[in-house]
Design a protein around this ligand. Structure first.
Ligand code: B12
Ligand code: SF4
Length: 461
């Protein structure tokens, strides 16, 4: 009897990731594996990141697990469904029960069950996976397990929601020994000269940005005690010597009290590792920035999503664009890198808003910025708002939420050009800021691309 935990992300298929090569371990699976270990439940973890679907299948065939449990997000969905269909139809794999978990299943319950999954674990996975696995092997009623969905007599049954884990200190550390950590660290070293690992200190986010998926942890805020996070860092430092850490938390500085404790603990436990984190501008101030810097923070991602207050408000982002701008500028001045996220094509956005975004990015001057064309994730308020304006809704099993399109202010192609316009115009400005060190040829290329993109915008407006 055993459970095999896996996912369906294969790096060799992800051409975008191959150009950046910043792979991270599937932390959710590692948490579940550690939890099962704590209860002496035999589990195998197959991290498919560096392997092909064929290699994954051959591993499943060799292990013949009773249960195959697969992590699912909106991008890996297509591969997950392919995997389910193979496991359901080929005797070589012993017809295991198939459990799915992760962020994409919460609001696509019926679809995943009809695609062949036996049971879905909704929300936080540790306790539910343990109880569900025991129910399967002991053949007891699934109705007694909270937080799951399954089909019975052709009907989708959802059991009462699982209570969120209140005290995160009860969780064991993620089972990093179950994945090829060296491969991850070596790829980082080879492509970036320094390695990086992830750590999670927080579950849930109390904010309500309309496009953001809160499908797993909900609108909650729970935090691991600062001294335990510091001990985890000390352990990582000793075991793997990572050059940096990415805290995968939604809003790292949401609690200043926690941050002060964490500051004290990492110093006390000699656990400082350079790190980057994501936070909100209004949860930063001079003191917080100083604390972050003192404990090794080298990069802060501060989201505004737009330079237009009108769009920020439409997103229910609850932040002032000038506060974001000033937070980025202050962080830059303290010698830490900054990053920001931009979304274009949000409902109601027009050309003036895009112009405001360019002006904002030029003034804030973050070290890095990423741009996404807005898409509606099932279960978000944005999805509910645009539901009756969907213009493109491809087959669910073979497409992702990113392929859904809805009625926007302009033609979809307008936004592809808008992204190019923002990138080139802002990077042109960055060249100018270099003063006498600027590269004239590079500046000329960027400005030309920016003008061409602007022409494209006008064409598709
Ligand atoms: C780190 C991260 C990334 C990293 C992933 C690195 C890695 N290998 O893990 C990177 C940067 C690569 C990334 C990319 C993307 N991400 Co991302 N990411 C996150 C983030 C910030 C943290 C994830 C994490 O580690 N959490 C901590 C762990 C412990 O939580 P967890 O994974 O949710 O696991 C728990 C449960 O889900 C469940 N569970 C997890 N796995 C399994 C498996 C089984 C079998 C079971 C039963 C249960 C179960 O139990 C776990 C413990 O309770 C989350 C936001 C968040 N706060 O969670 C977004 C998030 C997961 N990402 C999201 C998105 C949209 C993306 C992208 C599609 C973005 C894009 N480019 O458009 C891509 C997809 C990439 C891909 N091809 O898979 C969405 C997912 C929405 C959805 N419905 O799928 C999230 C929720 C962000 C959001 N709020 O909208 N992401
Ligand atoms: S975008 Fe960030 S702040 Fe907003 S709800 Fe999502 S995690 Fe929270």
């Amino acid at each position: 009897m055993s459970i095999l935990l896996t996912h369906a992300y294969h790096l060799y298929e992800d051409h975008k990731e191959q150009s950046i090569m910043r792979p991270y371990v599937p932390l959710g699976l590692l948490y579940i594996s550690a939890y099962l270990n704590q209860y002496q439940v035999e589990n195998f973890l197959y991290d498919s990141t560096f392997y092909s679907p064929e290699e994954q299948l051959s591993y499943i065939s060799e292990k013949q697990p009773k249960v195959v449990a697969i992590y699912t997000n909106l991008m890996t969905k297509i591969n997950v469904i392919k995997l389910i269909k193979i496991l359901k139809s080929d005797a070589r794999y012993g017809y295991p029960k198939i459990i799915l978990g992760g962020p994409d299943i919460t609001y696509n319950t019926s679809n995943y069950l009809h695609a062949g999954a036996d049971v879905l674990v909704i929300g936080e996975g540790e306790q539910t996976t343990l109880e569900l696995y025991l129910a399967i092997v002991q053949n007891t009623s699934l109705h007694l397990v909270n937080g799951i969905a399954f089909i019975e007599n052709k009907e989708v049954i959802k059991t009462p929601p699982r209570t969120k884990i209140k005290d995160l200190s009860t969780l064991p550390l993620p089972n990093r020994a179950a994945v090829p950590i060296d491969k991850y660290l070596n790829i980082w070293k080879t492509y970036h000269g320094k390695s990086s690992m992830t750590v999670s200190t927080q579950r849930g986010c109390p904010y309500t940005c309309k496009w953001c998926s809160t499908a797993v942890y909900g609108q909650s805020y729970r935090r691991r005690p600062a001294h335990l996070v510091a001990s985890e860092l000390a352990m990582l430092k000793q075991a793997y010597q990572p050059d940096s850490i990415w805290f995968v938390d939604d809003v790292f500085t949401v609690s200043h009290k926690w941050l002060k404790n964490f500051h004290r603990e990492v110093i006390k436990q000699d656990a400082i590792i350079p790190f980057e984190c994501i936070t909100r501008a209004e949860r930063l101030n001079d003191e917080v920035l100083q604390l972050l810097k003192e404990i090794g923070c080298f990069r802060i991602w501060i989201g505004a999503e737009s330079g237009s207050q009108k769009i920020i408000d439409a997103m229910d982002r609850r932040v002032d664009v000038d506060v974001v701008k000033s937070a980025i500028q202050k962080t830059n001045m303290l010698g830490m890198e900054t990053g920001t996220f931009i979304m274009v094509g949000y409902p109601g956005e027009d050309e003036k808003d895009i112009k405001d975004t360019i002006t904002y990015l030029k003034a804030a001057n973050p070290t890095h910025f990423t741009i996404t064309i807005a898409y509606p994730i099932k279960g978000t308020s944005l999805y509910s708002e645009i539901q009756d304006q969907i213009t493109v809704q491809p087959n669910w099993e073979t497409s992702t939420d990113r392929d859904i399109d809805f009625k926007r202010t302009y033609n979809r192609k307008f936004y592809t050009y808008a992204v190019k316009r923002i990138v080139n115009e802002v990077n042109f400005h960055k060249e100018l800021l270099k003063g006498q060190h600027k590269n004239l040829w590079q500046s000329f290329k960027l400005k030309t691309k920016s003008i061409l993109a602007y022409t494209g915008m006008k064409l598709y407006k």
